[in-house]
Design a protein around this ligand. Sequence first.
Ligand SMILES: Nc1ncnc2c1ncn2[C@@H]1O[C@H](COP(=O)(O)OP(=O)(O)O)[C@@H](O)[C@H]1O
Ligand SMILES: [Mg+2]
Length: 256
Amino acid sequence: MTTTPLADRTTAVAARATDLSKIYGQGETQVVALDRVSVDFRQAEFTAIMGPSGSGKSTLMHCVAGLDTFSSGSVRIGDTELGSLKDKQLTKLRRDKIGFIFQAFNLLPTLTALENITLPMDIAGRKADKQWLDSVIRMVGLADRLGHRPSQLSGGQQQRVAVARALASRPEIIFGDEPTGNLDSRSGAEVLGFLRNSVRELGQTVVMVTHDPVAAAYADRVVFLADGRIVDEVYGPTADSVLDRMKQFDAKGRTS
Ligand SMILES: Nc1ncnc2c1ncn2[C@@H]1O[C@H](COP(=O)(O)OP(=O)(O)O)[C@@H](O)[C@H]1O
Ligand SMILES: [Mg+2]
């Protein structure tokens, strides 16, 4: 495992999993999807989570984002322990502190781009910070598309709306599960660029599940999962270094 001087990193933790386990089923059909995972996601850091299919990437993301329950261990978003929350409080925390970007853009077809972007805040009865909203819309290049409905936008533009929607409420942390999985490589690169800019320029924290080394190279750090455990971590990834790591895991898997 690559060691990084964690003690040198004084940045605050946006989310933390400690000894997090998630077990599906019982007895012979039991699947250990997460096996005592401990990981920090620091503020203003862009983390990619990678690993073979079935290694627990989505489960880790869903558990840390409060979308799924876990079997043991703990999860913290900011200073809040998720395990201590009742359902209603968890819903509120998800709404107020977490942004989501999914592979499917999940926009409402009858609403305009702008209405989609502000929808979560409208539901929560919160007013958008106009200046912040303007800078988010400018960053994702949607200023002249705000009155369009999703059907009038390209896939890349729709995902930019979803990125803006996730950023609009200034959440503590944004989670994406294969956010560029449905995009062509050029639109994908744009969306990844916006996510990276939101980290660099706006101090946003982003955690993204991906299987694509090129997408992972936009992150500050890549966490590798295998069989529900963290098996490696790389800072300052490039597409080549990520690909190399993935090959090493494959080779290990064959020889051991
Ligand atoms: N609802 C479920 N019921 C039973 N097993 C599940 C369920 N969801 C996921 N799993 C299992 O947990 C493991 C991790 O799944 P997942 O987190 O989706 O992996 P990944 O996102 O890395 O492909 C896999 O073995 C998968 O089959
Ligand atoms: Mg998955």
